[in-house]
Design a protein around this ligand. Structure first.
Ligand SMILES: NC(=O)CC[C@H](N)C(=O)O
Length: 195
């Protein structure tokens, strides 16, 4: 059976996620530009980009309730970078409205403080036993994680990827690497909950 996945297409790295998803067998990825387009999707990716712009567009295009309802139907959402920021329950130093679907606290532009952007290679044990390229671009740091949130990856004391029952969130950008392994991990979670 085909698994249909939406990529929120308001701003940011939409094409790269679509391209990765479409390389996976039996997956069909669509750019979601209107809330009603979520209805036929089993999973959703909120891409990287600029979280302040995306937050405004989510409001302007009436996506907030639709995305929250989508997740309440036990459909999986993965937020990468700006997407992670929008999913977080709390953003340090900001009290703007966001989706707040994941019980974590984040600090924007704070991961690996020396450089704005960098690439690491490391193993994410739950995802693959091979080291993966981890691309960080002005990446958010996860500073607090609730008990119901599992840490998928951390470098020393810096948390960069987490997972809860219906959410995956990464500070880094698997869509900017040559590997589809993280997208496959996401698809497996989507499938396991949609049976
Ligand atoms: N690559 C990214 O998505 C960067 C996120 C950006 N720094 C923000 O705060 O929105």
């Amino acid at each position: 059976m085909e698994t249909k996945i939406g990529v929120l297409a308001l701003q940011g790295g939409v094409a790269e996620h679509l391209n990765h998803l479409n390389q996976i067998e039996n997956v069909r990825a669509v750019a979601v530009k209107k809330p009603e387009e979520l209805n036929s999707c089993l999973g959703l990716i909120i891409p990287g980009g600029e979280s302040t712009t995306m937050r405004k567009l989510i409001k302007d295009y009436d996506f907030k309730k639709a995305i929250k309802d989508f997740n309440q139907q036990q459909k999986v959402i993965w937020g990468s970078c700006a997407g992670l920021i929008l999913l977080a329950a709390e953003i340090e130093g900001e009290n703007e409205e966001q989706l707040a679907l994941l019980d974590i606290k984040v600090k924007r532009n704070a991961f690996g403080s020396q450089l704005d952007s960098f690439i690491e290679k490391d193993i994410i044990p739950k995802v693959s036993t091979d080291p993966q390229e981890l691309v960080f671009i002005r990446a958010p740091l996860i500073t607090e994680v609730a008990e119901n949130v599992e840490i998928l990856y951390q470098k020393e004391d810096q948390i960069a990827a987490v997972e809860s029952e219906y959410i995956i969130a990464t500070s880094f950008h698997p869509e900017l690497t040559d590997s589809t392994i993280f997208h496959q991990y996401f698809i497996e979670k989507v499938k396991s909950l949609s049976n």
